[in-house]
Write a protein that binds this ligand. Structure first.
Ligand code: SF4
Length: 443
């Protein structure tokens, strides 16, 4: 079994989304009544494009382009606020991602935080989680001070490797020296949570070099380490460079890396997430993950409505989406997304809970849907028979062997309808990527 079919960080995947008509934000705001809502802010700018990146981000944008984007985001905030007024939602989970959010100047970051506070109720600071992603090249003392003042609780730093050779293979702009300085600086600011990201399966990486990176990371005392497999997706630079990941070698690296982190005092909460042990693992009923997105390229999840701008990977596509976003006059009319049926909602629920420890609480599924998850998804019973899952107390959970294969098992829970929509998207984009590939070979 190929361990690396697909990362199921959300369901359904953006490539399954399609045009929507007659859908308005006002009809879904009741999903946001309450205090534990997510607010996602997408900052789609980066200094350079990493070789493996297929996220919605563009390079080469100056101060004016970013200002224009923030002005559009402010118009969006204003319109959202008017629509949200009737339910007075509290957004206590704020995530600022990208892209590279700290690509913004200090004045622009100030503008962004002021905007969030002006248009949204973020609840009491003591009960708020505010997360931001950063890269070593953009992590400066001034910006970290600003984040601290703005109430950021968690900072996620994309290091990927402490080997310069591996960083260069990945097409990262920073080197190991910069990463060390950035992490040291970050740790000196005493954020509630510092997280660092690493990648395994990099061509030329060995088990020893991965372990050397992880050992060094642990020596800085981060609260969490994320260990990502290298995926080379359509449209990413590494694909044009002809890099084909070796799944078997990557899996061997993963097992060594995960084992090392577990013995170094980290608890494994998912295939990717390792958390410094702090007593018992708390169970959080994460439901369906209700979240409203601001900016272009971020996804909103409101009950059975998921929406965002059409999926874009290439620079040309991303720039076109950005121009549409900045020219939009009504952000509350939803034109692209996915309306999940009750069956798709059940799939989403299972995917969201099963791939994370402690797993899926059987009684919570029963209470929500009035059904037994094992009858709804006989595949789960099959996995239990194969030693990949088990019932542990009140949870249905993946065994270590199952967790290790999350990227192979998770995709098997995708419905036929979503698989077909994803396939159609792949086929319609195949030609465009082939053209980009040929053009880059000719250069
Ligand atoms: S991986 Fe992150 S830092 Fe690199 S280009 Fe993509 S969004 Fe930017």
């Amino acid at each position: 079994m190929n361990p690396y079919r697909q990362y199921m960080y959300s369901y359904p995947h953006k490539t399954a989304y399609g045009p929507l008509e007659g859908v308005f934000l006002k009809d879904y705001v009741s999903c946001l009544a309450g205090r534990e809502n997510g607010l996602y802010v997408h900052i789609p700018f980066c200094r350079s494009k990493c070789g493996y990146c297929n996220l919605f981000s563009v390079t080469g944008q100056g101060r004016e382009a970013v200002d224009r984007y923030l002005q559009a985001a402010e118009r969006q905030c204003r319109q959202y606020r008017e629509v949200l007024e009737e339910v007075s939602p509290v957004f206590s989970q704020v995530v600022i991602g990208g892209g590279t959010p700290l690509y913004l100047t200090e004045a622009q970051l100030d503008h962004m935080f002021a905007m969030l506070n002006r248009y949204f109720d973020l609840g009491e600071p003591a009960k708020r989680d505010m997360v931001i992603e950063t890269a070593p090249g953009q992590t400066t003392e001034e910006k970290l001070r600003l984040l601290k003042q703005a109430g950021v609780t968690r900072v996620s730093l994309g290091i990927q490797s402490f080997s310069d050779r591996e960083l260069s293979t990945l097409g990262r702009r920073h080197d190991a020296g910069q990463a060390r300085k950035a992490l040291e600086l970050l740790q000196s600011f005493d954020f509630s949570c510092v997280n660092v990201d690493f990648i395994y399966g990099i061509p030329g990486q060995t088990t020893d070099s991965l372990l050397a990176s992880l050992k060094e990371a642990v020596s800085f005392g981060p609260d969490e380490i994320f260990l990502y497999p290298l995926y080379v997706k359509h449209g990413a630079g590494l694909e044009r460079a002809g890099v084909v990941p070796d799944g078997e070698a990557a899996f061997a690296r993963y097992q060594a890396g995960a084992e090392f982190l577990r013995t170094a005092g980290f608890r494994q909460d998912s295939m990717r997430r390792f958390v410094r042990k702090q007593g018992r693992r708390a169970y959080t009923e994460c439901g369906f993950g209700t979240s409203l997105a601001l900016g272009c390229g971020g996804r909103s999840y409101l009950g059975n409505l998921h929406f965002c701008s059409p999926y874009a990977i290439t620079r040309g596509e991303c720039l076109a989406r950005l121009a549409e976003y900045e020219a939009a006059d009504d952000y509350t009319r939803i034109t692209h997304g996915f309306l999940l049926s009750e069956e798709e909602m059940r799939r989403r629920y299972v995917i969201r809970h099963l791939l994370i420890r402690p797993g899926l609480r059987l009684s919570a599924y029963q209470a929500r849907f009035g059904r037994d998850v094992r009858l709804d998804f006989p595949l789960l019973v099959q996995w239990a028979g194969q030693g990949l899952a088990k019932v542990e107390g009140e949870f249905f959970t993946l065994t270590q062997a199952g967790l290790d294969l999350s990227d192979a098992l998770g995709p098997r829970l995708i419905s036929l309808q979503v698989q077909n929509a994803m396939r159609r998207w792949e086929e319609s984009h195949e030609q465009a990527y082939d053209l980009i590939q040929r053009q880059s070979e000719e250069l």
